[in-house]
Design a protein around this ligand. Structure first.
Ligand SMILES: O=C(NCCc1nnc(-c2ccc3[nH]cnc3c2)[nH]1)c1cc(-c2ccc(F)cc2)cc(O)c1O
Ligand SMILES: [Mg+2]
Length: 214
């Protein structure tokens, strides 16, 4: 049977990255996507912006929406302080299976919890299921039409606090116009656009960083 792209990405990690070395896992995926097959990881250019935001926020509790193969999950977790945790939501069970193996190869299982299922169902359960009070950082990288409803859901569930940072991928390509309009015009957010490129291409894309003002 034919392998899937996520499976081929995982094999590239297992072949080219050093077990237990997260940065070598990130490098191996970027090399695979540049040289072999494009895949929808945040990539190295936007990844450097992600790194700088994570290092500035120094979060203890992180929510990632959209795990895919775990590239950004590993990238974020490799920068977290010892007790910090990431909860990452993945809708597609095949992606989740691959992501768990990529995360294991990086040796970051203890910092990362991969949760399978729709964000709309899991966000209201975060407090009771995972003992989360509020998130310090939310990385939005899932279905683009879910960014706005899930942001409103996070607000309504009291999962954001004054100063929580929302960082959203793909606000230009594929684009999240309703989300952008909301965070840029709502008095409850202070928003900033980081212009970049769609991973592994010359097309414009960027990250939107929004601070929740409470
Ligand atoms: O669709 C994307 N990412 C989403 C994957 C995902 N992985 N998990 C989910 C999930 C997780 C919980 C959910 N709960 C409800 N829906 C859910 C969906 N979604 C995506 C697409 C592109 C892209 C650009 C240009 C193109 F020509 C084609 C594609 C680039 C990117 O950087 C992306 O991130
Ligand atoms: Mg993305």
């Amino acid at each position: 049977t034919q392998s899937t792209r996520p499976q081929r990405l995982l094999h590239a990690v297992q072949k080219n990255a050093t077990k237990g070395d997260p940065r070598s896992v990130v490098k191996a995926i970027d090399n695979f996507c540049r040289q072999k097959e494009w895949a929808m990881n945040v990539g190295d250019e936007k990844g450097c912006i992600l790194d700088s935001v994570v290092s500035e926020v120094n979060p203890v509790t992180v929510l990632e929406l959209g795990t895919y193969c775990g590239y950004s999950t590993v990238r974020i977790a490799s920068l977290l302080p010892p007790r910090a945790k990431i909860i990452t939501l993945e809708f597609n069970p095949d992606y989740a299976k691959i992501a768990r193996q990529v995360i294991a190869w990086a040796g970051l299982e203890d910092k990362i919890q991969v949760v399978e299922g729709p964000s709309g169902e899991w966000i209201p359960k975060m407090k009771e299921q995972f003992g989360v009070k509020t998130f310090d950082l939310v990385f939005l990288d899932h279905w683009k039409d879910r960014y706005l409803p899930d942001t409103k859901l996070l607000e309504d569930c009291g999962l954001l606090r004054k100063g929580t940072i929302l960082l959203a991928d793909n606000v230009i390509c594929p684009g999240t116009p309703d989300y952008l309009e909301y965070v840029r015009n709502s008095p409850r957010y202070k928003s900033q656009y980081f212009k970049s490129h769609l991973e592994y291409t010359k097309a414009e894309d960027g990250l939107e960083k929004s601070v929740f003002l409470g």
